[in-house]
Design a protein around this ligand. Structure first.
Ligand SMILES: [Zn+2]
Length: 417
């Protein structure tokens, strides 16, 4: 039996093990070792203290193992995400290289189903060269008009992006020393963010081959919609309901198509997808480090989903404003009356006000609808109207045809307005 003083010394020798003294029933002194704030050991002699030392050592190992397990747990989520992404990408590449046309067809089917297409007979696909042929028929005037105005918007979009790209290259050149070599200048261009942005924009508008014409997909649908998509670029999608409810003249169609083209130029879909992916990754990481082992997760999931919704909505509003501005400019560059065209936004707003409070039918509620992704407001209409004071055909007079030429073109091309 060690003396009390000897036991105290032993106890002090054990790092980070607090000891407490107690007296047993027969008046013998025992030492109680508090272990890891949880476990208690009783000791009367040195062997027990040694046992405590051994257990402390084992505890360190367990602690290290726990830390390692936690590290692995943390690591597996990004690793899993990376693996799934790599696998999906690889599969995508394999599938695309096997049959790119098949993938394109499948994507088209999915997009068409999203706008309520049940039968392929509801869909008409035209090339940008079909305008003249259709104008000669009595039933092809609407199609001809859509293709012709679409072609005008595509031409101006291409011009706009090329100018921006030329400006980005000039800006890089201005920053270089006068004796810069061509090789270094090219390298500097490829490092420049602005150059990269407008190069991608040009690719989205013109594709790999500028000689491949845009396509126009007219959909006979009870839902009003008009859009372009990055996943299947160089296609304008417009539903017949857009003409029934909102678009009454060429200027309105030009403003709508200009707006949609602007989303493509500015890469809004990619930006939205990137933000959503980043937010979801943060959600997964936060949930994975939840120290309450899942209890907190219930509240966190709801909170994070709400926060994501708010951020995405704010991002969308910003995108809509940008697309309104550039869309109006493109319509003006294409020589359409933007003041007259802006009325389409007012009609969409008035329709929304009229329909508010009326329940959606079940069959329509899951379908992609223009007003869901483009909430109209009187504020948007007023902004476009104000912009039309400066962004109008007069500003681009040198590019626009004369009134007489446009009139001749209108009659020749089946223009009814
Ligand atoms: Zn939009």
């Amino acid at each position: 039996m060690l003396s009390r003083a000897a036991l105290q010394q032993q106890c002090r020798l054990i790092r980070r093990v607090p000891c407490h003294w107690q007296h047993s029933g027969n008046n013998q002194t025992i030492v109680v070792l508090r272990w890891n704030n949880r476990r208690w050991l009783s000791a009367k002699s040195t062997p027990v203290v040694e046992k405590a030392q051994t257990q402390q050592q084992e505890g360190r190992w367990r602690s290290s193992l726990r830390r390692f397990a936690f590290f692995v747990k943390m690591l597996r989520i990004p690793a899993l995400g990376l693996s799934v992404y790599a696998l999906g990408r690889q599969q995508g590449i394999i599938e695309c290289s096997r049959n790119p046309r098949l993938i394109e067809d499948e994507l088209l089917q999915t997009i068409l189903m999203d706008v309520g297409v049940k039968d392929r007979s509801q869909v008409q696909i035209y090339s940008s060269e079909d305008s003249v042929t259709l104008a000669a028929t009595s039933v092809g005037i609407l199609q001809s008009k859509t293709i012709r105005i679409g072609n005008d918007i595509v031409r101006c979009a291409s011009l706009f992006v090329r100018k921006k790209l030329a400006k980005a290259i000039q800006d890089v050149k201005d920053k270089q020393p006068s004796d810069v070599s061509q090789e270094d200048f090219i390298k500097a261009c490829h490092k420049d963010e602005n150059f990269a942005y407008w190069t991608q924009a040009l690719y989205r508008v013109e594709g790999e081959d500028p000689n491949i014409p845009w396509k126009y997909i007219l959909i006979d649908s009870p839902l009003a919609n008009a859009f372009v998509t990055e996943i299947l670029p160089q296609r304008f999608f417009v539903t017949t309901k857009m003409f029934d409810d909102y678009i009454e003249n060429e200027d309105e169609l030009a403003v709508v198509l200009g707006h949609e083209m602007s989303h493509l130029i500015l890469g809004h879909v990619s930006q939205r997808n990137n933000l959503e992916t980043a937010l979801r990754t943060v959600e997964v990481l936060l949930l994975s480090i939840d120290p309450t082992e899942g209890l907190m997760s219930l509240g966190v999931i709801a909170g994070l989903a709400w926060m994501r919704g708010v951020l995405m909505a704010s991002f969308s509003r910003e995108h809509e404003t940008e697309a309104d501005e550039l869309g109006t400019q493109l319509a003006a560059m294409a020589c359409y009356d933007t003041k007259r065209g802006s009325l389409v936004m007012k009609k969409m707003h008035d329709h929304q006000v009229k329909m508010s409070g009326q329940p959606k039918s079940n069959s329509d509620s899951h379908l992609l609808h223009l007003l869901d992704s483009h909430p109209p407001s009187i504020d948007r209409y007023e902004k476009i109207l104000k912009q039309s004071e400066t962004e109008n055909p007069q500003k681009y007079n040198s590019q626009c045809a004369t009134i007489q030429e446009r009139m001749i073109q209108a009659v020749w091309g089946g223009r009814g307005n």
